[in-house]
Ligand binder design. Structure first.
Ligand SMILES: [Zn+2]
Length: 328
């Protein structure tokens, strides 16, 4: 299906990352302006690979006129500042993400501080939570603040000389995911919203807007809502941020939703013996996982608990310092 994209002037550039997910896909749209969708993490290794990919198509980094960031994760936006400073590109992302990307260095610290509070509230042992908070200080360096020139409003259209890209808001995997749809070519650029080889996790993240009331966000519920909208999308292929393109997106969405239902049902059984913390549930599923995975497994469990709560099958007791979940 990459050949379909190439016929439409959309070329994949595979960029290495230091993360467990492996390589990230950046997409070069040979149009006017020359447009890149996502750019890889803030590392020299990634930059060299990206520049080699551009050179293979006869372009330099300085030729890129527009960089669109699909979402806030550092494997997708870390090099944006290089395009904004060394290059001449306009940088664009979801409108609500603009102030965050522009002040990433502050926002990311706040995110990591919030994650520490979340881990404590959900029963992660103090030494593990503190260790993961320290790891976050290192990982954060693969992201960077960047000037942003253009905020993309959901429902609006990004016009290049030879095509129009509709901007769809598809939160869940992160609060800032967008999908760009080239209706004429029946191709979507999906970021990490829907991936062929792995199920995108709905990572617990602070909301983008500053008027947050402090309640726990429910990213899996948002993600399911987004997936259902994507099932209705009338395209032939979705180019994902990792791995091969998605074809048959309707069936894949149905699979992903069914997987979530199965996981929620299995999680409900783990509450048979009485109330448990989200971290106790995570440990009962995955055992002792690497410190770096503690927050991801917690997100996974909380997401499915939110699904069970929304169905009236689970209750949440917030009265004590550590939150416990029980069968309703
Ligand atoms: Zn991501």
């Amino acid at each position: 299906m990459l050949d379909v994209a190439e016929a439409a002037g959309i070329h994949r550039i595979v960029v290495p990352t230091p993360f467990g997910v492996g390589d990230v896909n950046c997409y070069l749209i040979e149009d006017d302006p020359l447009t890149l969708v996502d750019c890889g993490p803030n590392s020299a290794t990634s930059l060299l690979a990206l520049e080699a990919g551009l050179a293979a198509r006869g372009h330099r980094l300085e030729d890129v006129g527009l960089l669109v960031v699909t979402h806030q994760h550092i494997d997708h936006m870390g090099l944006a500042h290089v395009f904004a400073t060394r290059g001449h590109a306009q940088i664009a992302c979801l409108d609500d993400l603009v102030p965050i990307l522009a002040d990433w260095d502050t926002h990311a610290v706040d995110d990591d501080d919030d994650a520490l509070l979340v881990m404590r509230r959900h029963g992660v042992e103090e030494h593990v939570a503190v260790a993961l908070r320290a790891v976050a200080d290192i990982v954060r360096g693969w992201g960077a603040s960047s000037r942003v020139d253009r905020g993309l409003t959901p429902g609006s259209t990004l016009a290049l000389a030879g095509r129009e890209l509709e901007i769809l808001f598809r939160p869940g995997h992160s609060p800032s995911d967008i999908v760009l749809v080239d209706h004429a070519h029946r191709i979507a650029l999906g970021g990490d919203h829907l991936l062929a080889g792995i199920s995108s996790n709905a990572v617990l993240s602070r909301p983008l807007t500053p008027d947050w009331d402090g309640r726990r966000p429910t990213p899996l519920l948002a993600y399911r809502d987004s997936l259902q909208k994507t099932a209705d999308l009338d395209v032939d292929v979705i180019l994902g941020g990792h791995g091969v393109p998605v074809t048959g997106h309707r069936a894949l969405v149905a699979d992903r939703l069914a997987d979530q239902d199965r996981r929620a049902a299995s999680l409900l059984k783990r509450l048979a013996d009485g109330p448990r913390t989200a971290h106790e549930i995570a440990t009962s599923i995955w055992g002792t996982v690497a410190v770096t995975q503690v927050f991801l497994t917690l997100s996974e469990v909380l997401g499915h608990l939110d699904l069970l709560i929304s169905r009236g099958q689970v209750t949440e007791d917030r009265s004590a310092e550590v939150i416990r979940f029980a069968r309703a």
